[in-house]
Design a protein around this ligand. Structure first.
Ligand SMILES: *[C@@H]1O[C@H](CO)[C@@H](O)[C@H](O)[C@H]1NC(C)=O
Length: 270
């Protein structure tokens, strides 16, 4: 496969149905994404071992996130999610590039940039680019890796014709997925993906969170059962991949850590 991001001419293919866009894409890319970073499954498991899934209830009575306006707005009937999970990854504050980032807000934005410009999203990014970049009205979307790595991710930012920022707070950026942002109305299958950062100064750690909530919002989807385990499994692999590639965007590189250590030693010896 060519590594050049050549822009395909206006695609002849009809738009994928919302369902295949929302779910097929994730399934396909979970596998492809893993292959793309050229790691076998056991190496992958090792590499992502620090990302853990924590309980995340599909019931609004037990999960305050689901009562937030942004979640309610995209699930007007309050249907039960068909895929919902919450991944966490902690990083010691000392390992973060904090001085360059500027507080929690900066850290949150940088984490978000890491998701979309990172290697974990590269395969899907290229795929979406080939298929959709040539379509009318997509030129205002953010497409290039470099731009994804520096966008402010303000509300309304459209990412590769598939994700749209619907909320940007100090410690949270929420994007909507499930279909092209150009289909702004109610979607039969809708998804929200939240990238969050919390800090515990006493323990000296920052925790990075990725939360996914996919809902069949239709009347018939009221009592949906969760998607099958293969989908859930693939989705979790993909989430882990995104987490690792995003976290690397906020951490000091080994070289920076060495330089810092060097400075410390130098200061001590004067
Ligand atoms: C929603 O759920 C219903 C009932 O299970 C199903 O027939 C329909 O295809 C689903 N719609 C989407 C968009 O997933």
């Amino acid at each position: 496969m060519s590594t050049l991001n050549t822009i395909a001419p206006a695609p002849k293919i009809a738009r994928l149905s919302p369902r295949s866009r929302a779910f097929g894409i994730i399934l396909g890319f979970a596998g492809a994404g893993v292959a793309n970073v050229a790691l076998g499954y056991s190496a992958f498991s090792f590499w992502t071992r620090q990302t853990k899934f924590v309980p995340y209830s599909p019931s609004p009575a037990e999960n305050a996130d689901l009562t937030l306006p942004v979640f309610q707005q995209h699930n007007p009937l309050g249907n039960t999610a068909i895929c919902i999970d919450h991944a966490v990854r902690t990083v010691p504050l000392a390992k973060l590039k904090t001085t360059e980032l500027g507080g929690t807000e900066g850290l949150t934005t940088q984490f978000c940039r890491g998701v979309w410009s990172g290697a974990g999203y590269a395969y899907q990014r290229r795929y979406l680019e080939k298929k959709y970049r040539g379509l009318e009205g997509r030129d205002k979307d953010v497409w290039d890796r470099e731009d994804l790595g520096k966008s402010a991710y303000e509300v309304g930012t459209r990412i590769t014709d598939h994700f749209e920022v619907v909320e940007h707070g100090e410690d949270r950026v929420v994007v909507r997925c499930g279909d092209s942002p150009h289909n702004a109305g109610l979607r039969p299958s809708d998804g929200l993906f939240s990238m969050e950062v919390t800090k515990d100064e006493d323990k000296g750690i920052a925790t990075f969170h990725l939360k996914s909530v996919f809902v069949n919002t239709t009347e018939e989807g009221r009592n949906s059962v969760p998607l099958n385990w293969r989908f859930q499994f693939a989705h979790r692999l993909y989430t882990k991949l995104w987490m690792e590639t995003a976290v690397r965007n906020v951490m000091k590189t080994a070289r920076q850590a060495e330089e810092k250590e060097g400075e410390r030693v130098a200061q001590k010896s004067v």
